[in-house]
Design a protein around this ligand. Structure first.
Ligand code: ARG
Length: 588
């Protein structure tokens, strides 16, 4: 009996087996990479797709192979003995179809139940990643784009963390721009003693900022003062620094409010943090010969781009480009990140392409994209209003984000009350469930489609209890929990003593789907696509419904096994919810 491989997900295990088979089939092609995919047709669970391409390579050199199909047949014959596979067949021009063994599938699931879902976590080959997300600008508009960045970034961080990567969650807040000159000068003008007295109401920073912009456009003297204020601030003048830090503190409190609601953990390292590193970073870039002068500014020209990166403005100031270069340098050299991920709207793609390109030219990053350290821009589409235009607001955006969450919660609470839950549950239960469902609905709606597509914000759609919504999925989970509760059995005892089998076709389908969880998370990590997990979760829920429709659980002869399958499904669903930043509910 050959030693059974057990490390890795199903696909990786099959890759290991087919690797052996390919080596035996064509020993003179040692570098072949097994191409394994899950089956789309009904012939098997997975398939190996190497035969056709391989035949093209070896044509003429190995006369025993007359066509691709004969290569496929040999690959199948040469597969090592394994308890993992029940049967194999060759289809068409040499696809090797694999049917996995039910007993093996059942054993893997049972093992997960006793050892924990963490044993199904993919193992990525990197140690540390930085996810730069949310990153609103102080005193400027905090728009839904930042909400998207917060939701997507949090999930990206979570799937990497689950996969064994240390993640530094970075809030790259815009706390160092020219907006401060105008704002501070404006506030000094209107509230001369504001810095020293705490009771002056400057909470509505955005309104002040808008006024200060107007003032600066209308009044040349003010404009000049504002420009001087930036210089004073950046030069470390105490009064200006104090004003700046108070402004930042006000914004920080507002942002924190949103993060707490969303249950998002993030650490602020704003633009200002990197300021001290700018001179030496520029010196380094200059030594590499990357910086040239253009119209009084210092720039880095990027091949194929219309505009260069501006690293020192004509007035001597630094800007967004400069800070991002300094931050990238810091993240690579001080924080030693293997993978740096930037989550912003698709509109900033070009900015990041240019920054990454410069970093490659400077030798900070390897030229090949598949080598580490690596940088990736995770872009996303717009959130649209019902009118098809950018989703926007009348009043202050920060408040509105909170309002949005409030409304989602209120609506879901209302729906729960309509279903009579207020008489069944305590006020606290009602509230917590409404929150989980409401916030979950907003998040899931944001994550469920490929992030690059735009979507229309619509409460009715996101709160529907059918289709691809958090509500439907949370219901499915709660239903499974209720089946287990109603059995009256102690599931922990069953996990220890019971045996799980997958004899019914629908049990087998569900079981296979459960085992694919690990591959799915890995795929989501590789392409940084949370929607892959959403689709998986939805599919899982459908497979469960199919199983539950055709297989009696409580009171059946297979009760123990089926309860274990229910528990495994609920466990995987909960992990998916967690990765998506959604709080699971146990009754609904
Ligand atoms: N503050 C920027 C904005 O609101 C996003 C910052 C993204 N991160 C970065 N390192 N540039 O558009």
């Amino acid at each position: 009996m050959p030693a059974e491989q057990s490390v890795g997900n199903v696909k990786q295990l099959l890759e290991q087996l087919f690797n052996k088979s390919l080596n035996a089939t064509v020993p003179n092609q040692p570098d072949l990479i097994p191409s394994i995919a899950s089956c789309t047709g009904n012939f098997g669970d997975y398939q190996c797709n190497n035969a056709m391409g391989l035949f093209g390579k070896i044509k003429g050199t190995m006369p025993e192979f007359r066509n691709p199909r004969s290569v496929g047949e040999a690959i199948m014959r040469n597969l090592p003995e394994t308890e993992m596979i029940e049967s194999c067949s060759v289809a068409g021009p040499g696809f090797v179809n694999v049917v996995l063994s039910r007993t093996w599938l059942a054993k893997r699931i049972q093992k997960m139940l006793t050892e924990g879902i963490e044993t199904w976590a993919p193992k990525l080959s990197i140690n540390r990643a930085i996810v730069d997300f949310s990153s609103p600008n102080i005193a400027k508009e905090l728009h839904v784009g930042h909400l998207r960045s917060t939701i997507i970034g949090d999930t990206v961080a979570k799937i990497l963390e689950f996969s064994g990567v240390e993640v530094l969650r970075r809030n790259h807040v815009g706390d160092w721009g020219t907006q401060f000159g105008k704002l501070i000068e404006f506030l000094f003008e209107h509230f001369p003693r504001w810095v020293d007295e705490n009771d002056i109401p400057i909470e509505d920073l955005q309104a002040f900022y808008k006024e200060s912009e107007k003032r600066s456009a209308d009044d040349a003297i003010f404009k000049e003062k504002a420009q001087k204020a930036v210089v004073l601030l950046q030069g470390g003048e105490p009064k200006y620094l104090k004003a700046w830090s108070q402004i930042c503190e006000i914004s920080r409190r507002e942002f924190q409010n949103v993060y707490e609601r969303l249950g998002v953990h993030i650490e602020e390292k704003g633009e200002s943090f990197y300021n001290p590193y700018i001179p030496s970073v520029l010196e380094g870039l200059n030594n590499e010969g990357l910086i040239t002068e253009s119209k009084g500014a210092q720039v880095i020209k990027i091949e194929g781009k219309r505009i260069p990166l501006i690293v020192v403005k004509r007035d001597g100031g630094f800007n967004y480009d400069t800070t991002d270069l300094a931050a990238l340098w810091y993240r690579l050299n001080e924080e030693k990140a293997d993978w740096i991920i930037y989550v912003t709207d698709a509109g900033q793609r070009e900015h990041f392409e240019m920054v990454f390109h410069a970093a490659k030219q400077a030798g900070w990053l390897p030229r090949e994209n598949n080598e580490y350290p690596k940088v990736t821009h995770v872009g996303f589409g717009l959130v649209l209003g019902e009118d098809g235009k950018r989703f926007c607001t009348r009043s202050s955006e920060v408040v509105r984000l909170v309002d949005l969450l409030d409304e989602a919660k209120n609506r879901s609470k209302h729906a729960l009350i309509q279903r009579g839950k207020d008489s069944e549950w305590t006020e606290e239960e009602l509230d917590q469930t409404a929150e989980a469902v409401g916030y979950g609905a907003v998040k899931f709606f944001d994550l469920r489609d490929n992030r690059n597509t735009n979507y229309t914000f619509n409460f009715d759609q996101m709160l529907q209890d059918k289709g691809k919504t958090a509500v439907y999925l949370l219901y499915s989970h709660a239903r499974i929990c209720s089946i287990i509760r109603k059995s009256g059995k102690n599931i922990e005892e069953l996990k220890k003593g019971g045996v799980l089998a997958l004899d019914h076709a629908d049990e087998r389908t569900l079981g296979l789907h459960l085992l694919q969880f690990s591959e799915i998370v890995e795929e989501a990590c590789t392409n940084l696509l949370p929607n892959v997990i959403c689709e998986y979760l939805y599919g899982l829920s459908e497979d469960f419904t199919q199983f539950y429709t055709n297989c009696k659980v409580n009171g059946s002869a297979e009760e123990t096994s089926r309860l274990l399958l229910c528990e495994a499904t609920a466990t995987v669903m909960r992990k998916c919810f967690e990765l998506l930043g959604i709080t699971a509910v146990y009754k609904l």
